[in-house]
Design a protein around this ligand. Structure first.
Ligand code: NAP
Length: 496
């Protein structure tokens, strides 16, 4: 029995949309994109807290084949990303493929029929020759189980469930968490709240953000002469690449550059925060890059304001009217904002149950063995499956470089299938093991293993202490391998 679709894509964020565009280019146009939310855009649909903006310059944080000359700033605000996602979906005819409000429970490889059976909450199923999951890395919000949190009588709000009409004016607010989200949110909440306490467990490295509005003549130039925006992209991408490859991945060889970035962040802190004790509390004690660094010109200075307080004692429990810290002190609040991030390693790899050949469960396989995926995209025993958010897939910094490398991988793989007149693929155990050995070896030079990351509590590390999220190569290498991986790294077959 033929499957309903050539391919089923799970997730309508930028990853799933890139996959859809590539499927069309490859002539696999009978596909569906299933999305649990009520609209497209992934992260940029879900997140709309005050202050949200990209922290990778927009010329780079966008598809290279679909430049947007209309960004208002070097670092565009979140709503422009959402608008851009809508534009891409319209231009590439993706919307008609999308089914919103569709929660995928799991997917099972049917070995007899050689296709995937995808189960949707509510009992429906769809079948596809190929399965592509683009469920994101930061898509499962995390709320720590603070004792007593359910008894809190005021307003609780997680940053991924922001209510746009929620007015913070005059509120006594607390923000728990000091990751990239809090760094953007804290200055905005401080503008309105009567009192704000920021609960910090681990300080974060913050460097200045060289942000500015893009003047209309420059936008016009980008529109009329796209090569100028391309050049700007090249310069910015090369800088990011240098920072990542030299400062983070080759930490052992280029310790000085890494230390330089740390020194810049410390100077920024010194210049921004008046109180010595607050400065000390805001200073990280792990190497730059162990955890994703952040960019802001307003985060640190917010702590100079008289109604803003940094709390570094650990949270003991929550009461109906406040948060009690381990020293027994209660901070009275009426609004509790959870900037507590996402759960990557327990519930996100994979985000849905995936059962491959011989009944192998991907989540169990990753947990019982090691987190792994050949070129960050395919796994042995999972035929016709592309896991776009895999261990070792994300090249760091702009996620679009990863999306486009994966689109190229699809091009080479499906091109080979077409050339052979075959319909199934599966990566070999050998190729997968060699890739895992290689990335493990490369990580040895990185800040993750060569630096001091002990106190970082970074989500780059999994529950076994392995830095299994980032691909420890340059993005150039990722792109080169996507178009040139040995074709014999896969076995191919024909559906009977
Ligand atoms: P995050 O980096 O994981 O930060 C979560 C924060 O919550 C951390 O400070 C963490 O403290 C704290 N926390 C968690 N459990 C806690 C507990 N039990 N007690 C006290 N504190 C607790 O999450 P995020 O800030 O949402 O950012 C996630 C990622 O999203 C970023 O790294 C970035 O990649 C992306 N992001 C990007 C942008 C952008 O500008 N493009 C903006 C926002 C986010 P510990 O550090 O001690 O665990």
């Amino acid at each position: 029995m033929a499957p309903q679709y050539d391919a089923v894509v799970v997730g309508a964020g930028f990853g799933g949309m890139g996959a859809g565009i590539q499927l069309d280019r490859l002539g696999l146009s009978n596909y569906v994109i299933l999305e649990r939310e009520d609209d497209l855009g992934g992260t940029w649909h879900v997140n709309h807290y005050p202050g949200l903006a990209v922290d990778i310059a927009s010329v780079t944080y966008s598809y290279s084949f679909e430049p947007n000359p209309h960004w208002s700033r070097l670092f565009a605000p979140g709503e422009e990303l959402k608008k851009y996602a809508g534009h891409v979906a319209d231009k590439y005819g993706l919307r008609r493929r999308m089914r919103f409000g569709t929660v995928v429970d799991g997917a099972r490889w049917d070995d007899e029929r050689q296709h995937w059976v995808v189960s949707i909450a509510g009992g429906d199923t769809v079948t596809g020759r190929y399965l592509l999951t683009a469920t994101g890395f930061l898509s499962q919000p995390y709320t720590p189980p603070f004792p007593g949190i359910d008894s809190f009588a005021g307003k609780i709000i997680h940053t991924t469930a922001w209510e746009d009409d929620f007015d913070l004016t005059g509120r006594r607010a607390a923000i728990i968490g000091t990751g990239a989200t809090a760094v953007q949110l804290v200055p905005e909440v401080a503008k309105k709240a009567q009192a704000l306490t920021v609960f910090q467990r681990t300080p974060i490295w913050v460097v200045p953000k060289i942000d500015t509005a893009i003047p209309t003549p420059v936008r016009k130039l980008f529109e009329r002469v796209p090569a100028t925006q391309k050049a700007a992209r090249l310069v910015n991408t090369s800088l990011l690449e240098a920072l990542m490859v030299v400062g983070v991945l080759h930490f052992k060889q280029a310790r000085l550059l890494n230390k330089g970035a740390g020194a810049l962040a410390k100077a920024h802190l010194r210049a921004s925060v008046r109180d010595k004790e607050t400065r000390r509390q805001l200073t990280p004690h792990y190497d730059f890059g162990c955890k994703r660094p952040t960019f802001s010109n307003h985060y640190f200075t917010t702590f100079n304001q008289p109604h803003v307080r940094l709390e570094t004692n650990s949270i003991d429990h929550v009461e109906p009217d406040g948060i009690v810290t381990a020293d027994g002190r209660k901070t009275e609040i009426d609004t509790l904002i959870l900037a507590t991030g996402f759960n990557l390693w327990d519930v996100n790899f994979p985000a849905i149950e995936i059962i491959g050949r011989d009944g192998v469960d991907l989540g169990k396989f990753w947990r019982d063995n090691r987190f792994q995926a050949y070129e960050g995209i395919t796994v042995p025993k999972f035929p016709n499956f592309l896991s776009l958010n895999s261990p070792y897939s994300y090249s760091g910094l702009s996620y679009f470089t990863t999306i486009e490398a994966q689109m190229k991988h699809m091009g080479r793989l499906f091109g080979e299938l077409r050339r052979r007149g075959e319909t199934t693929f599966e990566v070999t155990e050998r190729a997968n093991a060699e890739f895992l050995d290689r990335v493990t070896d490369k990580l040895g030079s990185s800040v993750f293993y060569g630096g001091d990351c002990a106190t970082a509590r970074s989500y780059y590390f999994n529950q076994h202490g392995e830095a299994a999220l980032l691909r420890p190569t340059s993005t150039l290498n990722a792109h080169r391998e996507a178009v040139g991986f040995p074709l014999e790294d896969y076995v191919y077959g024909k559906t009977a």
